[in-house]
Write a protein that binds this ligand. Structure first.
Ligand code: PGA
Length: 255
């Protein structure tokens, strides 16, 4: 796999509680990201903070959203469209996060969101991951189905605008930051690329950007990226702690 710029995406989820705190955290992240030579940083805040953070970013930190509507416009109370997110400064959209899938989002819905995000000019960060692992390896079939179905209707040339984020659900939000280890991740990374090969061919599959997410912190980030041979990270809690996040960034930048 050829070497390219790593991507570190912070998923703030429904945090922090005020815009002021969001601005402070963002400023600290921006400072931490200064001078990175081999890594780029994207922050995905709550929608409400997007416009203000875009002003602070001045293009130095990428911005993304954590979800988009399946529809592009119209009578969909409470929804935010991909085009609206893009016009507020989002260049990336996380789609199919396990916390949204747990609220009932099916692969078909996720595939539609991937498509609208691309149509709005954004890059879709498509999350996939098994709930648990079984000895017989049945989870691999689930993973394959989830990935292929979540990409249903996406053309090969559109796929260059899709980033895959492998997030094993069992590793997300662990209190002890017990993430998947790099060695196991490497195997799953190859497996996912094999599944993608079946859909888009080998060249496209191996050119795809693959991130890992699930309890990443400054202690495990290096092993995950180095030994897992992934192109970057999707970071939850640690992305809200500027000190630890800064350490993650500098470790990844030095790989
Ligand atoms: P975590 O969250 O890093 O807090 O486990 C990751 C995610 O859900 O994207």
């Amino acid at each position: 796999m050829k070497k390219r710029r790593k991507l570190i995406v912070g998923n703030w989820k429904m945090n922090p509680m005020t815009l002021e705190k969001g601005k402070d955290t963002f400023k600290a992240v921006k400072k931490a990201a200064k001078g990175l030579a081999r890594a780029s940083v994207v922050v995905c805040p709550p929608y409400l903070y997007l416009t203000e953070l875009a002003k602070l970013s001045k293009g130095e930190i990428g911005l993304g959203v954590q979800n988009v509507s399946t529809e592009r416009s119209g009578s969909y109370t409470g929804e935010v469209s991909a085009d609206q997110a893009a016009s507020a400064g989002a260049e990336y959209a996380i789609v199919g996060h396990s916390e949204r899938r747990a609220m009932g989002e099916s692969d078909a819905v996720v595939a539609k969101k991937v498509s609208v995000a691309i149509q709005a000019g954004m890059k879709a960060i498509l999350c996939v991951g098994e709930r648990e692992r079984d000895e017989a390896g049945l989870y691999l079939e689930h993973l394959s189905d989830q990935l292929r179905n979540s990409l249903h209707g996406i053309a090969k040339k559109e796929f260059s605008r899709v980033i895959i984020a492998y997030e094993p659900v069992w590793a997300v939000g662990r209190p002890d930051f017990d993430a998947m280890n790099g060695k196991d991740l490497y195997e799953t990374n190859l497996y996912l690329r094999k599944v993608l090969t079946g859909v888009f061919g080998k060249e496209t599959a191996f050119a795809a950007m693959m991130l890992y997410g699930g309890s990443v912190n400054w202690k495990n980030a290096e092993d995950i990226v180095k030994n897992g041979e992934v192109d970057g990270l999707l970071v939850g809690r640690q992305s809200l702690e500027p000190e630890g996040f800064k350490e993650v960034l500098s470790l990844i930048d030095s790989i």
